[in-house]
Design a binder for this molecule. Structure first.
Ligand SMILES: Cc1ncc(COP(=O)(O)O)c(C=O)c1O
Length: 426
């Protein structure tokens, strides 16, 4: 964010255009389907844009593979969950092959891994998470605690800086079997120190399960080096796998023989096509598959990750840091005086690729942004406009346009034109 020329100031649109010209990833935006060039899309961290190569791959898959090969296609498709998993491990997670599979939703994968981890610690009565963790993560462990008569300890999440190590240290005693948090906070974007918190869990004798949904594809991870036990993440955010794309799960190699999934399905069976009388878990990651893999979604995730592989996570992260840094400078130039506070860590190195802007009328401002300004952010209660800046598909000029329109709507108190009743999807 350092390209200032002549009389240009940071808040000029020309400056944003100069940043785009200096950006080695700028042309990547053209690799996505952009149906409406006027639309400002600040929600690539909720549903990533459609890559052109994915649309082409899905067309080929539908016409040539499904259309022509029919059931014979399974000879190839059957390897997709672990093949795509290995690519995710290599490109996004710092994971050696044989530790990642792509299947089910993040919620279901959280359940499978948490249940198996608790089974492996039968003498432990406590699960630790944080009260600001993503709802599905909290619900999954609430359900497990209720079904098994365990205690759920929820440490307080700092609203801006995320989970605090001191709080985890205080909660992680010798009764704890499982500790589970998110790498990047879904509200504030705060990055937590996965290695340090995993180490705290290990010192208490617990297993650590991480949700990387808001990190993978935006913030590099080193799961092997961090000695993470278990991890999950979504396929449709920065991986661009499309609505309802399957999720991934990671199980550290050294743990794989010791954990048995709670869902015994035929795709996890050692000799699947023997159709034998009793379940015997397959070696390696295949045991985590339950039913038939969603081939179209898997192919889409594969293409999204291939794109990230072409660019490399270092460059992706550098662009993400530059985008949130630029957005932060526009917030401080225009929005702070209009009543917006920064709900993310002020240091770009400590946050993922989204920025939380807090405003008492965030809910109705989001409606105004969508209806009147062609800007699509997320709302996260009670007062957050969440600005997702997907590194591969966002230009600096798009950030400028979105903030310019937001400033005008806020000045105009545009929220007075909208209803306060929430809809089904926020
Ligand atoms: C951090 C986090 N975990 C889990 C999920 C839920 O994933 P799914 O609905 O695919 O199970 C989401 C969805 O946005 C998320 O942001």
């Amino acid at each position: 964010v350092g390209v200032l020329t002549g009389a240009m100031t940071r808040v000029d649109r020309h400056h944003a255009a100069a940043l785009d010209r200096a950006d080695s990833l700028a042309s990547r935006v053209d690799e996505f389907v952009v149906d409406d060039p006027g639309l400002v899309y600040f929600d690539g961290n909720s549903l990533g844009r459609l890559p052109r190569r994915t649309a082409a791959r899905l067309r080929r898959l539908v016409d040539d593979e499904w259309g022509s090969d029919l059931v014979r296609g399974w000879g190839r498709w059957i390897e997709l969950p672990t093949r795509v998993g290995d690519r995710i491990g290599r490109v996004l997670l710092g994971a050696a092959p044989g530790q990642v599979a792509v299947c089910d939703s993040t919620t279901v994968n959280l359940y499978k891994l948490a249940a198996a981890a608790l089974d492996a610690r039968p003498d432990r009565r406590v699960i630790v998470t944080d009260d600001g963790n993503f709802p599905t993560d909290r619900y999954v462990v609430q359900g497990l605690a209720k079904a098994r008569g365990l205690e759920l300890r929820q440490v307080a999440t700092h609203p801006v800086d995320g989970v605090q190590p001191e709080a985890v240290e205080a909660a992680a005693d010798a009764d704890v079997g499982l500790v589970t948090f998110s790498h990047v906070d879904f509200r504030s974007g705060a990055i937590v120190d996965v290695a340090a918190l995993t180490d705290l869990a290990h010192r208490a004798g617990a297993l650590a399960l991480w949700d990387l949904s808001h990190a993978a594809g935006a913030v590099p991870a080193e799961l092997d080096a961090w000695e993470v036990d278990l991890a999950v993440g979504c396929g449709y955010k920065y991986l661009n796998g499309g609505p309802g794309a399957p999720a991934w799960l990671y199980v550290r190699a050294g743990l794989q023989d010791r954990l048995v999934p709670p869902v015994w399905g035929w795709f996890g069976q050692a000799d699947q096509f023997e159709m034998g009388p009793a379940f015997e878990p397959a070696e390696g990651m295949r045991r985590w598959l339950a039913g038939t893999p969603p081939v179209l979604g898997l192919a889409a995730v594969d293409e999204g990750v291939a794109m990230l592989e072409d660019v490399g996570m270092e460059a992706v992260r550098a662009k993400g840091v530059a985008l949130t840094g630029y957005a932060q400078s526009l917030w401080s130039a225009w929005l702070e005086r209009l009543g917006f506070t920064l709900g993310s860590p002020a240091d770009a190195a400590l946050r993922g690729s989204h920025l939380a802007l807090c405003h008492p009328e965030a809910f109705r401002l989001r409606q105004a942004l969508i209806a009147e300004a062609g800007v699509v952010p997320d709302f996260r209660g009670p007062d957050i406009l969440r600005i997702g800046l997907a590194p591969l598909s966002t230009r600096f000029v798009e950030v400028w346009d979105g903030f310019d329109r937001l400033r005008d709507l806020a000045r105009d108190e545009a929220w007075t034109r909208y209803d306060v009743a929430p809809g089904r999807v926020t």
